[in-house]
Design a protein around this ligand. Structure first.
Ligand SMILES: *Cc1c(COP(=O)(O)O)cnc(C)c1O
Ligand SMILES: [Zn+2]
Length: 410
């Protein structure tokens, strides 16, 4: 396997593949390092196509020396062409990558599949996370499938559907009275002395690798071709930057031709530190202390990968935009009405940003655009309450016709 070890993103210092996440020399973030030079493109492609129908088909690009066995592997979600949405927006070609079709209905199954496999390999008995909602779902479920104990930390004001869909797996659910950033700070303190595998703290370098597979899948499902543009949501910025990393690795190996697509990030206006920095031409984000948005899964005020997301948006010719709660609701409805896909608020953010780009004329007529839908609408039902009316009638034809009109009147 091409995996080499961990490497500091800032100073290049190398470390073994264990549970660490910052550089002892410069405190920079660590990431997994690969030597891809030995991979033959044609042979790698054959191995991928002969692999299992899950993210493990991309094992050459994942941080394991031997492919682990997992009970609840993520991946191979639908990529569907959305002509009705494209027409509505005046774009030629839009594809919807529906990552709500994962085991716990969000893209977080990808990162947790990888982080939990590494936790088991390293011998941990307890796994944990700081979550804005979907990560808690995924950690609780994957831990249950693997027979590991789990602790999930969430902000106490999370959507009820997400809390219910997490507690059901028999996890230790800890609702913290505070923002996500406070939950995360608490978990960073606990990670130091508990001896637990916090998937997005001390196992973060592995966690991040899971998001690359979304890029791999998009390219494979397009017939080993790159799209021209990808629109994706940003919370910590990990998913956004890793989708592009996936593309880059495949370009380097020769599995793909061309260059990184224009990468467009999407944030909710009530918590948009990355979009604000991008718009102001700054390289770093000013933390948002009190996020206020219906897109709770994106409410990270102090995003770890913010600067890298800004750099990627600039370098790829994309951008980062924000949309308000009303636009988010409209985004959810627009996607549902044109594609039959019901997404959570984070997906509403992504659709609304695509719409903004189209209306602004930022999308060239011939472009092939991929919209990444990262979570399921049933987990944030309150967002669509009041956006439509139901007719209530008596169980009689008269009553129905009174409400709807009679056929003769047409
Ligand atoms: C976590 C999450 C994201 C973004 O996560 P990053 O921290 O930016 O990697 C996007 N959409 C949904 C639904 C999520 O749960
Ligand atoms: Zn360093």
């Amino acid at each position: 396997m091409p995996v080499q070890g961990l490497k500091c993103k800032e100073c290049g210092e190398r470390y073994p593949l264990d549970a660490r996440y910052f550089c002892e020399k410069c405190f920079g973030p660590l990431e997994v390092d690969y030597d891809l030079a030995g991979l033959d493109a044609a042979e790698t492609r054959r191995r991928i196509q002969a692999g299992p129908p899950s993210i493990w088909r991309y094992a050459d690009f994942l941080p394991f020396e031997r492919r682990p066995r997992t009970a609840l592997a993520a991946g191979i979600t639908p990529l569907v062409r959305a002509d009705r949405l494209a027409e509505k927006l005046g774009i030629r070609e839009v594809w919807v990558k529906n990552d709500a079709a994962n085991p716990t209905h969000s893209f977080k199954d990808r990162v947790v599949t990888i982080a939990l496999a590494k936790a088991r390999e390293l011998g941990y008995d307890v796994v944990a996370c700081a979550s804005t909602g979907n990560l808690a779902n995924a950690v609780a479920a994957h831990a249950a499938a693997a027979g590991l104990e789990s602790y999930v930390f969430i902000p106490a004001d999370l959507e009820e559907q997400k809390i219910l869909a997490t507690g059901v797996y028999g996890t230790n659910l800890v609702a913290v009275r505070g923002s996500y950033d406070e939950v995360n700070r608490l978990c960073t303190q606990l990670a130091d002395d508990r001896g637990w595998a916090f998937v997005n703290v001390n196992l973060r370098p592995y966690y991040a690798e899971g998001s690359k597979t979304l890029g791999f899948e998009i390219a494979e499902q397009l017939g080993f071709e790159l799209p021209d543009r990808v629109v994706a949501p940003i919370a910590s910025g990990s998913l956004f930057t890793r989708i592009a990393r996936g593309f880059q690795e495949w370009i380097d190996v020769g599995l793909l031709e061309g260059r990184i697509p224009a990468m467009n990030g999407a944030q909710p206006a009530g918590c948009a530190p990355v979009a604000a920095a991008f718009e102001a031409g700054r390289d770093v984000c000013r933390p948002v202390r009190f996020p206020e948005t219906i897109a709770k899964s994106l409410a990270i005020g102090d995003p770890a990968d913010g600067p890298y997301a800004i750099e990627l948006a600039r370098r790829s010719g994309g951008g980062i935009d924000s949309v308000n709660d009303e636009e988010i609701r409209e985004g959810i409805r627009l996607l549902a009405e044109t594609t039959g896909v019901f997404t959570e608020t984070a997906g509403g953010v992504t659709v609304a940003v695509l719409r903004k780009l189209a209306e602004r004329g930022d999308i060239d007529p011939g472009e092939r655009v991929v919209l990444t839908i990262t979570g399921e609408g049933l987990k944030t039902l309150d967002a669509v309450r009041g956006t439509f009316e139901a007719r209530e009638v008596e169980p009689t034809v008269e009553s129905f016709e009174e409400a709807v009109g009679s056929p003769a009147a047409a």
